[in-house]
Ligand binder design. Structure first.
Ligand code: ZN
Length: 247
């Protein structure tokens, strides 16, 4: 008997502005952050990843495209306010209906993430290119599969607590920074029928998404966040579930 692997359909969304405006960023990601992430995800046999960017019509996030997406990844920074509220609403509705959402780095201030969290999502930061140690604090969590106890990132931007989010359902990573700060860098949330994962590393001037360990985490996160295939909930007025079927 053969089994067929169900492909997880992933859409990697990127604002794609820094790469076109900043020479330093263009050197690290000549084809955009989204291209590197999608390529890494497509190395997994059970994942089929495509990309979408802010300046495409409807930001590349039409209803039809979102309806065919199992997990959406979101990288944004300088243009959060340009994202149309109508598109944000579509993303939220899809998460509530079961689509997974992986929010990356400065996406902590994106409209979809702030809406889903219901808090300000602010933090402290410093772009000093110093060392980050990303500790696995939940080694039995699926997103930690195949990882060492800690991952060293020689150059990063610092994000420090307090991070103004609700208490996560699971905390997978905590970062330590050379300046002494710590940060909840891998946070899991359930929103409606959808799973949301926030992952901190990914500042655009450092080759974070080229790191094989970071790529492993993103693959794990997609597998964790994809819809589980459970029943579609029934909402609204309903007849009793017990007793004889209606004739
Ligand atoms: Zn950054």
């Amino acid at each position: 008997m053969t089994t067929t692997t169900q492909l997880t359909r992933v859409l990697v969304w990127n604002e794609y502005r820094h790469e076109r405006n900043n020479e330093r960023v263009a050197q690290v990601y000549p084809e955009g952050i989204h291209a590197v992430i999608a390529s890494a995800l497509n190395n997994a046999p059970d994942i089929s990843a495509e990309t979408a960017t802010l300046d495409e019509p409807e930001h590349g996030l039409t209803q039809a495209r979102l309806d065919q997406t199992d997990v959406l990844l979101w990288w944004g920074h300088m243009a959060h306010d340009v994202v149309h509220d109508e598109v944000v609403e579509r993303v939220i509705q899809r998460v509530w209906a079961g689509m997974g959402l992986v929010v990356l780095h400065s996406g902590h201030f994106s409209k979809p993430f702030r809406r889903l969290m219901g808090t300000g999502c602010d933090l402290k930061w410093r772009e000093d290119g110093r060392h980050e140690r990303l500790w696995v604090v939940d080694p039995s969590h699926p997103i930690a599969g195949g990882l060492p106890e800690a991952i060293e990132l020689p150059q990063t931007e610092m994000y420090g607590e307090h991070f103004d989010i609700p208490a996560p359902d699971a905390l997978v990573f905590v970062s330590w920074f050379e300046g002494g700060e710590v940060f909840r860098s891998g946070c899991c949330f359930q929103r409606g029928s959808g799973k949301v994962f926030y992952f901190r590393p990914g500042h655009e001037t450092y080759p974070i998404y080229h790191n094989p360990m970071i790529q492993r985490i993103l693959i794990n996160a997609v597998r964790w966040a994809r819809p589980a295939g459970g029943p579609t909930p029934t909402y609204g007025h309903s007849q009793p579930a017990h007793g004889a079927p209606a004739t």
